[in-house]
Write a protein that binds this ligand. Sequence first.
Ligand SMILES: Cc1ncc(COP(=O)(O)O)c(C=O)c1O
Length: 400
Amino acid sequence: MMTKPVPSSFPVSDNVARMKASSTLAAMQTASAMRTAGVDVVDLGAGEPDFDTPQNIKDAAAAAMSAGKTKYTPTAGTRDLQQAIIDFYQREFGAGYEPGEVMATAGGKQAIFNAVVSLINPGDEVLLSQPYWVSFPEIVTFAGGQSVFIETEGNDFVLTADMVRDAITPRTRLIILNSPSNPSGRVIPPTEFERIMEIVAERDMYAISDECYLRFVYPPAKVFSAAVLRPELRRRLCIAGSFSKTYAMTGWRVGYALANAEWTRAMLRVQGHSTSNTTSIAQAAAAEALNGPQDSVATMLAEYTRRREWLLAALNDIPGLRCPQPEGAFYAFPDVRGCFKDKARTSRDFANELLQNEQTVVTDGADFGAEGFIRISYATSLDRLAEGVKRIRRVAEGST
Ligand SMILES: Cc1ncc(COP(=O)(O)O)c(C=O)c1O
């Protein structure tokens, strides 16, 4: 029998060939490799809390393991976790969900993936506010959809209903909203959010609300979940939630999707043939995270608040650099175009210079669709932030 020759390179599928690798994960790996090599690296690239997972959550995982809860669970998650999520939304927002509208996922990322893949057909357009979280356009590409970017720089990165209306075409099927936003930290005011959802309903579209940073909001901005919207708007919505940031559980891989029962059934089909359920032990931990004491969330928020105040003042003191107020999450997103000197002409040059000359990791804004900006994570100690800002200042002043 004739065997076919082995191709000289792997024949990657067209959709995957069009996907970019995650630049935020790459930045974290760069920092980790530098640390291993003994370099005094300042890592301002991390998209994860520098806090440990609270002890009560770890204890719940250990107890689940000891009790033999180590087997497959339903694809939608254990009844305990589903109920904990339902109770949380009832308690915090007065929003009622049925078990058939809730599913546990391997991180918020899988909830977004499930939601996009179960809705989008090749050629469908998906609206993304620019700057966007790096995975949104790649997931859309994977599904064969077309990302349509809405530039928001003119409004200091806050999406408005008018911008959404102007971007809709007959092919628009979905919009992905992310408030507070990664990377800008900006928050869509609740009334504007509702107006956007009214347009979504009017135009027979759907929306994903990525609420991964739901609980990390700085006054006067207020915690807002799209779960509170009236039923005819909520029908159009899939909320993607996450335990990663709120409870410092990035490695546990637990998130959830809240959507109407039909959309949820479609997402369960996708997940049932990919990862099945998220880890049984992590689900027990996540249920405890929602049901148990919440003081760790308040402690983290207080610390992020302290760092944010300090960081914003320090960044805005650097000549040529301008940093608007993030209202949520744990990122500052300064405009560095005013600092471009002979060497640095793009934000990538600026980030590279920081890395090469100052061993400092930040993420290039161009990776989020915002050339000229850099993302600085303040999920790191004030000491390291202060050292990082010193180094950023040296690059900005061209003295490296
Ligand atoms: C905006 C946004 N959405 C979703 C996620 C996914 O988080 P996870 O999959 O860890 O829940 C992240 C993580 O960085 C994020 O920044």
